[in-house]
Design a protein around this ligand. Structure first.
Ligand code: GZL
Length: 318
């Protein structure tokens, strides 16, 4: 009886959430997805791709947006548990604080798939696996570009605009970048501050940095949204981004690729949000009781001023 109510509720949610979309083929698989927010073009693209993939896979998707608040994500996970969805998937805004709610999901017999970001939990069996980017490698790629760009230079002064404190991408991008530049004589990150992956905060942070820090050679920003904001501040200060200050960013949004082609950004490390199909494939396996890999990484590349024919790149889609 409860499951019938669930299917009816899921149908109502789907009908209310879809603007005239063709309803997916009826499917027994119901996935509850707790999205963390809409903080960047990357996140919006990620949500759209998950909706598209669910529709194409015939999966009934219940997607709730937490507006960048962990407590809202936890509430969403608890609602999926009470709805007895088949699979729970979510992009944890930060790494800590998930043990209790995921224990409840385990006790309810609902498998959990981590997407996009990782978590720290006592019991690693509280989730079945992770699908998303290798953020450590993204940070290393940013460092490798700088080694090429600044080859032979000493005393390179770097400022960093970091992502959400306590999130996997912020921690691992920072670590990977520092690992690669560690041996360079006189290279140092002279200032690091979190812009929370938001464009507005990226602009605010860079404006403050320009007031406080002298002789900046490089800005490493953990996402394109903050980079676009920071570039506004750099230009308002009368400086030329990409020339006076080397700009390295992560995500690969269309806006950043456009600025790369204009010479205002020097390197864009791709972090694809388009993992909807992988999420659905892994969810179907979990629903069928099959094991999945603990880690499934998306494949990504680097775009930089050293690339030719960037103008022929296909539209980024986010
Ligand atoms: C990375 C993702 C990050 C993006 C940001 O996988 O979690 O969150 O880099 C987004 O744009 O806000």
């Amino acid at each position: 009886m409860k499951r019938m109510a669930l299917c009816m509720l899921a149908l109502v949610l789907l009908l209310s959430g879809c603007s005239g979309r063709q309803e997916p083929e009826s499917s027994s698989l119901i996935v509850g997805f707790a999205q963390l927010g809409s903080e960047s073009g990357w996140r919006v693209g990620n949500t759209e791709d998950i909706r598209r993939a669910a529709e194409e896979a015939g999966v009934q998707l219940i997607l709730k947006n937490a507006d960048q608040k962990q407590e809202n994500q936890i509430k969403a996970l608890r609602s999926f548990i009470s709805l007895q969805v088949d699979v729970i998937a979510f992009s944890p805004i930060v790494e800590d604080g998930w043990d209790n709610v995921l224990t409840e999901a385990k006790q309810a017999g609902i498998p959990v798939l981590l997407t996009d970001r990782k978590i720290n939990v006592e019991d690693e069996n509280l989730f079945a696996g992770f699908v998303g980017s290798d953020f450590l490698e993204e940070g290393r790629d940013a460092g490798r570009f700088l080694l090429q760009k600044m080859a032979g230079k000493q005393d390179v002064r770097i400022v960093e605009i970091a992502g959400t404190i306590g999130s996997t991408p912020a921690g691992e991008r920072a670590d990977g970048f520092r690992e690669i530049i560690a041996e360079q004589p006189g290279w140092q990150v002279v200032h690091s501050v979190s812009g929370d992956f938001l464009r507005s905060k990226g602009k605010e942070c860079m404006s403050n940095i320009l007031d406080e820090v002298q002789d900046i050679d490089v800005m490493f920003s953990h996402n394109d949204a903050m980079t676009l904001g920071a570039i506004e501040a750099i230009e308002q200060a009368g400086l030329n981004p990409g020339k006076d200050i080397v700009i390295i960013t992560v995500d690969g949004e269309q806006g950043a690729i456009d600025l790369l082609m204009q010479g205002k950004i020097n390197c864009v490390v791709e972090c694809t949000p388009l993992i909807g199909d992988l999420i659905m494939q892994l969810s179907k396996k979990l629903a069928a009781g099959e094991a999945i890999p603990r880690i499934t990484h998306s494949s990504e590349r680097v775009f930089s001023e050293y690339d030719e024919n960037l103008e022929h790149l296909p539209a980024r889609g986010y």
